[in-house]
Design a protein around this ligand. Structure first.
Ligand SMILES: Cc1cc2nc3c(=O)[nH]c(=O)nc-3n(C[C@H](O)[C@H](O)[C@H](O)COP(=O)(O)O)c2cc1C
Length: 321
């Protein structure tokens, strides 16, 4: 892709697409595949073994930039200090942007970002020293911070801050990427579409449910609040219905067969490769971008296809809109 943006220049990547960090779904393999295709791979600190995962991506991507993401309700400062000097971008989600944390990232030589859901939160993130802001619309899969759709949010955030803005929520095709770049975003963040790839850690039945779902098959809910209450999230509607219909307070278990860890009904964790049980009744996070998921493909193919379509659309349009 030849679309250079403030994001690609600042981060040092080739394609203005960021992998959304997605708990155990965004495996080191997925992050490395996105980096290999020129995008910005991300790891989520909510996954176990973050330091080992950083090692794995570093070994696989040979100098290409990638980042780590921390969810504030589960934030571990020790983990931040362990990994910050080894990544290009440290990012946070949920909670007040904190200048002291951003300083830790900067002192370690990393850039800092915060995913936000409102104009005010974007201003707070910029004032706190963030180099990049991720604006998340309510179309997004996973936990949803704000209350408005991506385009009005983007409009408000771009008018209020000067740092590069990444657009997130409901983007799964080149059309979506082209639209947010044309609107002034410096990159697009893609979650759901990349959850349905070969390298993703999502349980195979979860990936298949993403393939089967239509664009209107998601719902913003607080159903899966066990271990993280009062935090709205977007999931497949089928998962909400299946969880309510479940005649069992345990949805399943995760981990080694010898030492399984029970997963209660309505638990926040999405099912990964090591999960067993009622997969259909677990937190199957999905954005409205699920409409773009039609097959389980290698992640690099998704990045290449989406980037090429965006580039073509933007160049075709040129000056004739
Ligand atoms: C399975 C899943 C897990 C997610 N986990 C996280 C997370 O750990 N941290 C975070 O900042 N955002 C998380 N998100 C939200 C994404 O950062 C992003 O806003 C969203 O995926 C964008 O919408 P899309 O899924 O339509 O592409 C998650 C999203 C999904 C689908």
């Amino acid at each position: 892709m030849t679309i250079r943006t403030r994001f690609t220049e600042l981060i040092g990547c080739e394609v203005p697409i960021q992998l959304a960090p997605m708990g155990g779904v965004s495996t080191p393999e997925l992050a490395a595949a996105v980096c290999g295709a020129g995008g910005l791979g991300m790891l989520a600190a909510s996954a176990d073994h973050l330091a080992a995962d950083v090692d794995a991506v570093l070994a696989a991507v040979a100098g290409r930039p990638f980042g780590v993401n921390f969810l504030m309700p589960f934030f571990d400062r020790g983990l931040l200090e362990t990994v910050a000097h080894r990544v290009r971008l440290v990012e946070w989600f949920w909670g007040e942007p904190d200048p002291a944390l951003i300083a830790v990232a900067h002192d370690a030589g990393a850039l800092a970002a915060w995913q936000v859901g409102s104009r005010d939160e974007a201003v707070a993130a910029a004032d706190a020293g963030c180099d990049v802001i991720v604006a998340q619309g309510i179309e997004a899969g996973g936990h949803v911070r704000g209350a408005i759709g991506l385009l009005p949010l983007l409009d408000a955030v771009l008018g209020a801050v000067r740092v590069p803005v990444v657009a997130a929520g409901g983007i799964g095709t080149g059309r979506g990427v082209a639209a947010v770049l044309a609107a002034g975003a410096s990159a697009a963040r893609i979650g759901t579409r990349l959850a349905a790839t070969r390298e993703s850690g999502a349980h195979p039945d979860y990936k298949q449910a993403l393939v089967s779902a239509d664009g209107d098959g998601t719902v913003l809910t607080d159903t899966f609040g066990v271990w993280w209450p009062d935090a709205p999230h977007r999931v497949l509607r089928s998962a909400v219905n299946a969880a309510h219909a479940l005649d069992d307070e345990q949805a399943g278990e995760v981990g080694d067969a010898g030492q399984p860890f029970p997963i209660p009904r309505f638990a926040v964790v999405p099912p990964d490769r090591a999960t067993r049980g009622h997969i259909d009744a677990m937190a199957l996070y999905a954005g409205q971008s699920v409409a773009a998921v039609t097959a389980i493909t290698p992640a690099a193919e998704v990045i290449r296809e989406v980037a090429a379509q965006a580039e073509q659309l933007l160049s075709e349009r040129g000056s004739r809109w």
